[in-house]
Write a protein that binds this ligand. Structure first.
Ligand code: ATP
Length: 453
């Protein structure tokens, strides 16, 4: 059962160190959050799972890590300067500002219907580069990671000799000055995206779009988002962005309703076309903007037909923060135990769990037991399985509850038998079943490596 109460989850995230309000001690800054000691582990594990699936387990994808600050021309010719905006209205009564398409003509603050006409509000954060502040030095914080993949297309092709079809993957921060950030880390002003731009021959695009849609659905299932709270919405022709041929939204049923986790779009030749000079030399399908400032043609040689072509692109674009939230909502479970007590468990997949194993002393005031705990921790930390924690706050029951709540798959307990038994043994408690097994400490490295493989 997934969390139905956002407040419960938000409170757990703060209490246990997953996610904090940014600038908390100064009252926060709207639309910004910081990931705490456990949140950073969870988010890193999600990113690693994405990178593994997109790059390491394929032989047709290269990686990229581009700068956040972006030359104004890139976002001019990509179309963002002119069109990357949301419709904004002001409430004439309470002066609140809202996204027109989200409020249905009624001010969510005071209920008034006296609103201004909607006008476009560009979502990009602007800054200046260098000591002189003038219009020539304007740069943007990127609103998506994708543009650098397009502008570096030629460099990647030239340095790797890639042939179609192939993709370029990137994970990184993006910034959008959202009019109304909301729903915790769902809609924020600084977030991370994991984006793949997969370049294909025109004509093979529909097949690849379908293939990527399935690939991404499978990936979400592997992360534990498998319940009936997950759906794919294929946009209708009149809902598509003007350059897109198709777009499938992967959506999750959050406590406030279905909302987008990821878009898998067929963007045709729009992006590479926009950044290409002498566009008239190509038979572009998308309606691109003429580009007198580009120094390059972002094309590849089609050996079959003996001509230069601009590839189509299929783009699976995921929000890492939204992924983190959906995975947390999905994992959050409140269980009633046989004795009538309730426990909260984060049933995270073990590859995503922030802490892999917690070492718990049966008695924290026993020096022998504590020494053994420290010794085991040192040993397990070197296995490369991820974070190992020593949990010596509170009693053993509290330690188990604490680690259930943060999703630690295994608790290892050192007790008096550990000190007496030959060979030396400890107990391992499973988070979900709460069952315990006894295992010799010599067998732990092999057991744990296999368990977390
Ligand atoms: P929305 O319609 O929700 O504003 P979008 O369709 O504009 O999103 P895209 O431009 O397709 O989003 O970005 C790809 C992904 O980046 C989204 O599916 C989402 O997961 C993530 N994303 C976009 N905007 C935000 C945001 N403000 N906060 C967190 N994640 C975001």
């Amino acid at each position: 059962m997934a969390a139905t109460q956002m407040e419960q989850l938000v409170s757990l995230c703060k209490r246990r160190g997953f996610i904090f309000q940014n600038s908390d001690i100064y009252g926060g800054l709207q639309g910004l959050y910081d990931y705490g000691p456990l949140g950073v582990e969870l988010k890193n594990n999600i990113k690693a799972a994405w990178w593994r699936s997109m790059v390491y387990e394929r032989d047709d994808v290269e990686g990229l890590d581009a700068a956040i600050l972006t030359n104004r021309k890139v976002l001019h010719y990509s179309g963002h300067e002119d069109t990357f905006s949301d419709p904004m209205v002001d409430c004439k009564k309470c002066k609140g500002r809202f996204r027109a398409d989200q409020i249905g003509g009624v001010c969510p603050n005071c209920g008034s219907t006296e609103l201004t006409e909607p006008r476009p509000f560009n979502l990009m954060f602007k800054t200046t580069v260098g000591p002189v502040v003038n219009d020539d030095n304007i740069a943007y914080l990127r609103p998506e990671t994708a543009q650098a993949i397009f502008t570096q297309f030629k460099n990647v092709v030239d340095s790797t000799s890639r042939k179609l079809p192939f993709g370029i993957a990137q994970i990184g921060k993006s910034f959008r000055n959202e009019i109304t950030p909301k729903n915790f880390i769902f809609r924020v002003r600084e977030f991370e995206q994991a984006e793949l731009e997969f370049f294909v021959k025109p004509g093979e695009d529909e097949k690849w779009h379908e293939e990527w849609k399935q690939n991404r659905i499978n990936w979400w299932k592997e992360q534990g988002v498998t319940s009936d709270r997950f759906r794919v919405y294929d946009q209708k022709p009149d809902e598509l962005a003007h350059y897109a041929k198709a777009c499938s939204d992967i959506e999750y049923l959050f406590p406030w309703g279905y909302d987008e986790l990821e878009g898998v779009a067929n963007r045709r030749d729009y992006d590479l076309g926009n950044h290409t000079k002498n566009q008239e030399e190509f038979e572009l399908e998308a309606h691109c903007h003429e580009n007198p400032e580009s120094t390059t043609k972002l094309c590849v040689r089609d050996e079959e037909n003996n001509k230069w072509i601009i590839p189509f692109v299929i783009e699976p674009s995921m929000g890492v923060d939204r992924a983190t939230l959906a995975i947390l909502v999905e994992a959050f479970t409140e269980e009633t135990l046989d004795n009538g007590n309730t426990r909260i468990v984060l049933k995270l997949k073990k590859h995503l769990a922030p802490i892999k194993i917690a070492i718990v002393p049966l008695k924290k005031n026993s020096p022998e037991i504590m020494d053994k705990c420290h010794e085991l921790k040192k040993k397990l930390m070197k296995l490369g399985i991820g974070r190992v924690a020593l949990e010596n706050t509170g009693n053993i029951g509290k330690a188990y509850r604490r680690h259930d709540e943060v999703g630690t798959p295994l608790c290892l307990t050192v007790d008096f038998e550990t000190l007496e038994n030959k060979p030396e043994t400890v107990t391992l408690r499973d988070r979900d079943t709460m069952e315990q097994i006894r295992i010799a400490t010599d067998e732990l490295p092999t057991y744990l490596r296999e368990y977390f493989a």
